[in-house]
Design a protein around this ligand. Sequence first.
Ligand code: SAH
Ligand code: SF4
Length: 353
Amino acid sequence: MNANIQTTKQDLVGLPLVHLQALMERLGEKPFRARQIFEWMHKKGAVDFESMSNLSAELRKSLAENFELGILKVHRKQVSQRDGTTKFLLACRDSELVEAVFLPHEGRNTACISTQVGCAMGCRFCATGDSGFARNLSPAEIVGQISAIERECGQPVHNLVYMGMGEPLHNWEAVKEALEVLLDPAGRQWGPRHITLSTCGVVPGIDQLTASGLKVRLAISLHSAVDEVRSSIMPINRRYPLKELMRAARDYQKATGLQLTFEVALFGGVNDSDLDAVKVARLVRGVECKVNLIPYNPVSEQPFKVPEFSRVASFQNVLRHAGIITMIRTEKGGDIDAACGQLRRREAGEKAA
Ligand code: SAH
Ligand code: SF4
């Protein structure tokens, strides 16, 4: 189908159940119809209204005339020959392109999805940050990425990570609605451990997440425990320095009882010394957490270097000796530009050329 077709129909896939119930009432339908439609979309994986067999033919027809189900279209798809990782560029109704990745793993499949087209946070090492910010994604465009992946790969998604394009807590209202859909027991029945939300440290957003009572795994992109270093690679740190970030992270941990994850991307000669590791250990001491080390994934025209593997291993050792669970995140789909923002950036480069 043509990705550029413009339509004003509302996509129901991002509507939390209460909103769907209100919509059904407005349409003069019984409220229980909302639950049936919700189950079709999020439990039974329906890709169109026609297949919702416990609805009357009349209602199915009216829904199809007035609403949509999953508006994202596949613009480009790359499958890794190494590990089956599949990277999608999905086209929104206005032709903006969104990255989403499918990571198959012995029946526990993970989807990595985006929350914005581009990103306004400007982290120096990130391909998405380099390309600037275009717009927020709607709840339907967020949830729709999972539907599109399942439809295209013919496999269910079991876990979700918000680690694609964009800063989820800079688009909190839409992310909140999408979480309400995904965590609803009437739908996917996902628990907190099925979803990981990664943030660069938007402190008011972390506080809103805590206040919402929604429970997901929270990953903080820490990268450095030294304010000056962190500010030099992540502008957000000038606004919300480490002390405030750690306060918000601790509050979320206490409110949810869930283990936090700290992501530490390592850049050769910038933040990868043993002393840097000692400082990370000191910063997170006493917090129920684990640390993921991510060796820098090179992005063209950036000044950063991939760290020596011996440095990464030594960094891990320091943290482990301090009693902190520390994993080195192995690169998936390295042959298909699977680092966030890279595929869209390449597409834009090709168009410009
Ligand atoms: N905006 C969110 C989530 C998306 S980025 C965030 O920043 O947390 C997902 C993770 O990839 C973050 O930890 C981010 O810092 C990291 N990342 C981005 N570009 C990278 C690169 N070139 N190499 C290694 N990690 C990178
Ligand atoms: Fe945005 Fe995250 Fe990239 Fe930073 S790392 S620019 S917050 S997507």
